[in-house]
Design a binder for this molecule. Structure first.
Ligand code: ADP
Ligand code: 5GP
Length: 208
């Protein structure tokens, strides 16, 4: 049987900074060859090792606001003092091509997308506790003390939004969290509402 086309799924993943979202999303993309990462636009400076066009599209504030005013972003938000946004064209192309997309975005952006993409899957990743969150932020060694303090201060507010997400994953043991995320992706792909084309195809074949 030819694989009937399934509609593309948008997986939106949020977490307070340092919870392990980037590391988990990277592993998830490796595990699911047909899951694509949406590359956001940001005004933040690139960290050591980050590549333009791969980790983010790094742009200046003027360019970012030009995109906002031109309606080119499906959502955007200011997070920890920098602007971040998702390209509308990326979402539209993925939907057209039936490609599954993984979006690593904050709760403000997720709230905006929840309104327009009601079939999206919204996952919130939690740290096991605040002490471990701080340990991970410091251990990552990518941010100044000032940036770390700002991110820790924002974490409580971010976690207070977790309740409306479809799924909560606690990233204590990494492999357990990765297994839970993978299970969510697999289960959501199998939802009958997303796979009507398979039933239609089988019915047509049955009538042959
Ligand atoms: P985020 O994208 O949420 O800001 P990162 O993926 O950069 O977080 O992870 C922050 C730090 O925590 C990194 O150094 C990462 O290797 C580490 N980390 C991620 N998950 C775990 C885990 N389950 N246990 C211990 N350390 C972790
Ligand atoms: P970081 O600077 O650590 O890469 O990301 C900081 C925060 O910005 C994270 O919570 C991340 O999820 C969020 N973020 C990254 N890209 C986007 C985006 O396109 N839109 C929104 N709203 N948030 C984003």
């Amino acid at each position: 049987m030819n694989k009937a086309k399934r509609e593309g799924v948008i997986f939106v993943v949020s977490a307070p900074s340092g919870a392990g979202k980037t590391t988990l999303c990277r592993e998830l993309i490796d595990r699911f060859a047909d899951l694509r990462q949406s590359v956001s636009f940001t005004t933040r400076q690139a960290r050591a090792g980050e590549v333009d066009g791969v980790d983010y599209h790094f742009v200046d504030k003027a360019d970012f606001h030009r995109m906002v005013n031109a309606g080119q972003l499906a959502e955007w938000a200011e997070v920890h003092g920098n602007c971040y946004g998702t390209s509308l064209a990326t979402l539209e192309q993925a939907a057209e091509q039936g490609v599954d997309l993984l979006l690593d975005i904050d709760f403000q952006g997720a709230t905006q997308l929840k309104k327009n993409y009601r079939h999206g899957v919204f996952v919130f990743i939690l740290p096991p506790n605040f002490a471990e969150l701080e340990r991970r932020l410091r251990g990552r060694d990518t941010d100044t003390d000032e940036v770390i303090s700002k991110r820790l201060k924002n974490a409580e507010r971010e976690i207070s939004e977790a309740g409306w997400y479809d799924y909560l994953v606690v990233n204590d043991d990494f492999q357990t969290a990765l297994g839970e995320l993978s299970a969510i992706v697999t289960a959501e792909r199998c939802r009958s509402q997303r796979n009507g084309a398979i039933l239609t195809e089988l019915k047509i074949k049955g009538e042959d």
